[in-house]
Design a protein around this ligand. Sequence first.
Ligand code: AVJ
Length: 337
Amino acid sequence: MAACATGAVAPPAVKIDVHLRDGALASLADDVRDGLSRRPKELSPKYFYDERGSQLFEQITRLPEYYPTRAEQEILDRVGEHIVAETQPRELVELGPGSARKTHALLDPMLSRGGEVTYVPVDVSEAAVMGLAERLTGAYDGLRIHGVVGDFEQDLERLAHNGRRRLVAFLGGTLGNFDREQRRAFLTRTRGMLGPHDRLLVGTDLVKDRGRLEAAYNDSAGVTAEFNRNVLRVINTNLDGELEPERFDHVAFYDEDERRIEMRLRAREQHSARIGALEMDVRFDEGEEIRTEISCKFTRSQLAREYAAAGLELLAWHTDAARRFALSLAGPAGETA
Ligand code: AVJ
């Protein structure tokens, strides 16, 4: 990106801090060695999102079966202005913004209130943060951008509080990728970065009938299957791997007891694959599965409990008209009166 200084006196409109030089790939080798040595085998969903993976996810969001993105957009369009009026934030911190298409529903009302507004996208992908900074400075006059390239599971503490009211947004349902322990750790750490008037806005997919849930992860066009297999390509590209995506079937099902979708890759036949950079040969039995993602589904009462356990208080709950998805607003417990 070109120089972003806006003039002699004004501070630069764009600042980007890089905490993770290699993006998410810094931990890929360790995570893959560990995950593929386990039984059952497991890979982290954070590695889906290289350039191709991000494109496939964008396609997923447009599939007729995949309702979460549209449902969340519907809610944001309806209540974004209201949330901004209630919270009066000067700063929007967005964890894992992706393409940030939904962010406008918050930034527009923030900017129309006047005064200085800062957008802080936090993403593991340096390219994503740079691209967003460029696009949003072009789209908004007077918006300051402080991009942070980092892992929001690790680098949250670095977002030092500067005393200005903050809205921390974690949209898209990504909280559902964490298991209960990870959610507890994440919510507790996020609570630690909130001042008394700051708020946390989280998008979560809701518990519903198995049919609609499973359809969303087994689309008829096969895009989710390609997205799932893409994690193998990411390993091949970055760790000199020889995994063969076409030797795996896409599997996604709803576990009603755990209230979550599980995605897996199932080996069609017994075979082995070399991962050069790890000097590792991975053996797959016929039918053996790698778990590649969990996507937890929530109820209002469960989320309220999890917030409370992390020192947060559920302040508002908004769903789409069909009650498929929720946006919840939380603040520090006991300080929100
Ligand atoms: C971006 C994590 C919310 O869990 O629904 C979409 C990812 N996986 N289809 C989700 C995903 C398969 C998505 N999140």
